[in-house]
Design a protein around this ligand. Structure first.
Ligand SMILES: [Zn+2]
Length: 253
C-alpha cells in the first residue's frame, strides 16, 4: 500500500465504533480530504492531540481502497487558547464548518490553507474573536471567487449613495436604492461597509488595531449570515447556535 505525506489542519473528527474516527482535513497538498484514524480515542493513543480538531499536523497517510488512513502523525500546532474560551471554540468550529461546506474534496488551495492556519493562530491569542471570524469569512469568500462588491451597485454599476445602504446576498454586494426593489437585501450603515472593506484589505495580524462599534458588528453579522447562507445553500449550524446564544444573553441581561 502506498504511503504519502500531507501537512493539514484537522477540520473535524467524527466518532465511529471501536475508538475509530473519520477526520476531515484541509491539507496544503490536496485540499480537503477525509481519512480514517484507527483507535485514536483510546486514552493510551499517542495520536490524540494531533488528531483533535483545529490541530495543525504532519500526517503520513496510507492509501486505502475506500478511504485512506493515518499511518503516523505528529502535531505541530495545537492552539490551546481555543479550548479555554467558549467564544473562541465556537468561532473555530464556525471556520471549520465554512471550509468544509464551501470546498470540494481533493481540490488543493494552498493560499486558503495558509489563511486557515493564520486565522487559527490569531484566534488563539486575540481579545476579539468575533472580528477574526468576520475577517476569515470575507477572506474565504474572496479566495473562493465570491468577493462581494462593496464599491458601487453590483446590479447596474451606478453609485450607491446615502448613509444607509443595502447589501444583497443574492446579487453579491451593494445595490442602489432603485435596484434594491425586488431583491432581498439587508440595510446597513455606510460605516459598516467601510469596516468590511478594511477587513478585506488588511492582513489578519493588523486587525486588532480596528475599533468596531456594536451596531457595525451586528450589521456585519447579519450581512455575512445572509451571504454565507446564500453560497452554502443552507444555514450555517454554528451561526444558528450563535443566534440562540445571542437571544439568550439579550433576554437575561
Ligand atoms: Zn443599481
Amino acid at each position: 500500500m502506498k504511503l504519502y505525506k500531507v501537512l493539514a489542519v484537522v477540520l473535524n473528527s467524527r466518532e465511529m465504533r471501536d475508538a475509530h474516527r473519520i477526520l476531515t482535513l484541509f491539507s496544503k497538498q490536496q485540499g480537503k480530504i477525509r481519512v480514517m484514524a484507527h483507535g485514536v480515542t483510546k486514552p493510551t493513543s499517542r495520536k490524540r492531540g494531533a488528531v483533535q480538531p483545529f490541530s495543525v499536523t504532519d500526517f503520513l497517510l496510507r492509501q486505502g481502497r475506500d478511504m485512506d488512513s493515518i499511518s503516523e502523525c505528529e502535531g505541530r500546532e495545537f492552539f490551546p487558547g481555543l479550548w479555554t474560551d467558549l467564544d473562541k471554540l465556537l468561532y473555530a468550529g464556525h471556520i471549520a464548518e465554512l471550509v468544509d461546506a464551501l470546498t470540494m474534496d481533493g481540490n488543493p488551495h494552498e493560499s486558503l490553507f495558509v489563511n486557515i492556519m493564520n486565522t487559527l493562530r490569531e484566534l488563539d491569542k486575540t481579545a476579539d474573536p468575533e472580528l477574526v471570524a468576520r475577517w476569515f469569512e470575507l477572506r474565504l469568500m474572496a479566495l473562493l471567487g465570491y468577493l462581494p462588491d462593496l464599491t458601487g451597485c453590483v446590479n447596474c454599476g451606478g453609485e450607491v449613495n446615502g448613509l444607509k445602504v443595502n447589501f444583497s446576498a443574492q446579487a453579491g454586494g451593494l445595490v442602489c436604492a432603485s435596484c434594491a426593489f425586488g431583491v432581498e437585501s439587508v440595510s446597513c450603515n455606510r460605516g459598516t461597509v467601510a469596516v468590511m472593506d478594511t477587513l478585506l484589505n488588511w492582513d489578519i495580524d493588523k486587525i486588532n488595531r480596528l475599533r468596531v462599534t456594536q451596531p457595525a458588528r451586528s450589521q456585519m453579522y447579519s450581512i455575512m449570515r445572509e451571504y454565507l447562507q446564500w453560497h452554502m445553500e443552507k444555514q450555517s449550524r454554528s451561526m444558528q447556535f450563535m443566534d440562540k446564544l445571542n437571544s439568550f444573553s439579550s433576554v437575561h441581561k
